[in-house]
Design a protein. Structure first.
Length: 117
């Protein structure tokens, strides 16, 4: 395959990717857009209580009943990520004896689109 053909193919792939991104942005920005096309797409939702850094030595000393001190103070909102991007914050709740999260703040559409890039 010639180098010119390879460059041409890469340009076509880049153009197609840009078109897909534009369609997705238009769907999210248009009120009443046909989002039905995307409703069966699975996304990973992660709720983060807090984080901390520990040495391997500290981790090897864990035992039943060990307590790990986290960086975020008690009562702070939990971070809610979709596919690794922060989209909202919330608070922990218990529903039917299971933990859940009540969303208290959603990132602005502009911030969510910027995080998606």
């Amino acid at each position: 395959m010639s180098e010119e053909k390879t460059i041409e193919d890469l340009e076509k792939v880049a153009e197609a990717a840009a078109n897909v991104q534009n369609v997705a942005l238009n769907l999210t920005q248009t009120k009443g857009g046909n989002l039905n096309l995307l409703l069966d797409v699975n996304l990973t939702v992660t709720v983060e209580l807090s984080r901390t850094k520990l040495s391997i030595q500290d981790i090897l000393q864990f035992g039943q009943g060990s307590v790990i001190e986290l960086e975020k103070p008690a009562g702070e909102p939990l971070d809610i990520y979709v596919n690794g991007k922060l989209i909202a914050r919330g608070e922990a709740v218990v529903v039917n004896e299971k933990f859940g999260v009540r969303i208290t703040d959603i990132a602005s559409p502009e911030a969510r689109l910027e995080a998606a890039k």
